[in-house]
Design a protein around this ligand. Structure first.
Ligand code: CA
Length: 223
């Protein structure tokens, strides 16, 4: 899952970026509203976290223009405490949810999880179900079909989470790389192949099918 973080408070943004990366998200960070507007339309983000007050263009305007151009990426807006009018304005502009500062990391992660699940028609829950597998996002372990809380590496977790949100779909290496790496990362699609094989060694050879020239499909695991 790849996140666009738009926040001009450098100290806060650095902390948030670290928290998000630990939770297995690829993060692009921008401080300027105009930069964010363009990047948000250019790159396939799974979610955007947008502060309200930004240099260049305020967060409300960024979200409003995204929505006007038909971009439906889930947006979590960050607002100042006790300004209810800001929260209402944020939702009116097209934000999906808001979080008032200051907030705890856990609250941010839960709100994000809920928005990401909702975007894929799922119930918000710490355990992601797909293809007979259960992925616990808190412990980053996989269970189901004979597996019992098997630990995943950070990269395996990121990859499997994305695949479990798109079960049965053919996912190209390019698409997987776009959603697992941030803007500055070297996107080497061979790495995806290696990670797919790591996942297969944990889930079973047949859990992920290869469609030659097209990509990979998560089909689950024979019990
Ligand atoms: Ca600000």
């Amino acid at each position: 899952m790849r996140i666009l973080l738009v926040e001009d408070n450098v100290a806060l943004a650095e902390t948030l970026a670290l928290t998000l990366k630990r939770a297995g998200y690829a993060v692009d960070w921008r401080t300027d509203g105009r930069d964010a507007l363009i990047l948000g339309e250019q790159e396939p983000y799974d979610l955007a976290i947008v502060d309200l007050g930004l240099p260049g263009m305020d967060g409300l305007e960024v979200v409003r223009q995204w929505r006007e151009s038909g971009l439906n990426t889930p947006v979590l807006m960050l607002t100042a405490r006790s300004r209810w009018t800001e929260r209402v304005a944020g939702l009116q502009a097209g934000a999906d949810d808001y979080l008032t500062k200051p907030f705890h990391d856990e609250e941010l992660l839960l709100r994000m999880q809920a928005l990401l699940r909702r975007a894929h028609g799922r119930e918000p829950s710490a355990v992601l179900n797909a293809c007979g597998l259960q992925l616990d996002e808190n412990t980053q372990r996989i269970s189901g079909a004979g597996l019992s809380a098997v630990a995943l590496s950070a990269t395996e977790f990121k990859l499997l989470r994305y695949m479990m949100l798109h079960p049965g779909q053919v996912l190209s290496k390019t698409r997987l790389a776009e959603h697992l790496y941030d803007y500055e990362d070297e996107r080497d699609s061979n790495v995806i192949e290696v990670q797919i094989n790591h996942l297969r060694s944990k889930l079973g050879r047949t859990a992920i099918e290869t469609r030659r020239g097209q990509g990979y499909v998560l089909v689950g695991r024979a019990p």
